[in-house]
Design a protein around this ligand. Sequence first.
Ligand SMILES: Cc1ncc(COP(=O)(O)O)c(C=O)c1O
Length: 462
Amino acid sequence: MAKDANIQRHVEMASPARDLFQKCREYRDSADARTQGFYPYFRRIDETVGNHVICDGEMKIMIGSNNYLGLAQDPRVVEAACKATQKFGAGCTGSRLLNGTIRLHVELEEALADFLQREAVLLYSTGFFANQGALIALTEDGDAILCDRENHASIIDGCQFAPAKLVPYRHNSAVSLRNRLKRLPPEAGKLVVMDGVFSMSGDVADLPPQLEAAREFGARVYVDEAHSLGVLGSEGRGVVHHFGLNNDVDIVMGTFSKSLGSMGGFIAGEEAMIEYLKHRSRCLIFTASLAPAVAGGVLKALELMRQEPERMEALWKNTRKMHEGFKSIGFKIGTTQTPIVPILIGSEAKAFQFTQRLYEEGIFATPAIYPAVRYGEAIVRTSYMATHTEQDLDRVLEIFQKLAIELGAFDDPAYTDPTRRKGVFDFRLDTKEDFSDNGEKPFQAARNTTPPQPQPQTAATP
Ligand SMILES: Cc1ncc(COP(=O)(O)O)c(C=O)c1O
């Protein structure tokens, strides 16, 4: 009734304007997938039990989360979140700038600055806002942001909203970056931004040569540590520390929604830059601050991450096991070097079907399709935790092997025929930029599963 009334109202308005809702009513993709029985999104979790979840009354092994260290369910973290709620209430009901700064926010900023060895830190309500907020506020008309074309959506959106020109460069390629930098006016302000660990492929930023190129052209460097915090670097300080380049990278961004088991994000860097963001960043000023439970929980999670290095060790042990396990079955796992293990399936339909069968067999994973990954290279994105047991992981491998045979996963033309993908529009930033730089080779991460070794600091020329 209400829907018909709305349509009627629009007709009655007799306006020549395009009806914005028309596309919504015509949208069928999700309904079609539901009809075919393999819609994989918005699955309802009724309970979380360690590294398992209960859905539809059944226990599933979770291999689709970013809870790398298993801290989201740690009773000490949960207790700290509860205590913070009791002391400060369920929410701060206001912006950091006005009534929304509580003691726990300030303590968390200080603890992070100390941990990351940075002058100052500023919390944002999400990692998405941290990226958008910083990129928009720090750049001006006439500046350029050089963006790895496989960067996270929050960076790409931030670049698109920022007044600066967006200049994408080939994934993990210092040659491509240098070529882009060369073409920019020398006087333009420049910022190079990259994920530290790429969220779909699991590969690590080839930071030293990109940093060198940036320095050559006077560009500032910004690294998103969303998937590297708690995973790489001493005590989990991230990619920048892992390469020994903390003094050379200007801005570090991070999230609490992965290793630190909660939600929220931050920007870390020099005091003057943070002070500027505090007063100029709209994504900070015009939104409510982190809930007390989040700040209290993250403070405790950070403390535990530092006190319990065995978590990171267990994470890497599990990561190595899964890299080897999938490869020995015959799956392609790309260039991952981290606990993010993308299982190449090929076609979208097969990736959806594979995910559905995994779910029926007691495994919770999610597919990723274009534009999250290149067209024709749909994956089942899996990721591992410190708290997965040998038994969990053996079960996961057993089911993947069974389904590969059952669904003919390796027979998909998109899987077996790499030429099929030749010439495909294979970069995700919607741009007409030409990537065919002479002599350019995209960075290929080593295919071993040992955490990459720190590079000497001299790799970067200031
Ligand atoms: C690389 C990267 N950056 C930023 C974000 C956004 O973080 P948040 O979930 O805290 O908004 C994500 C989230 O998936 C991410 O993968």
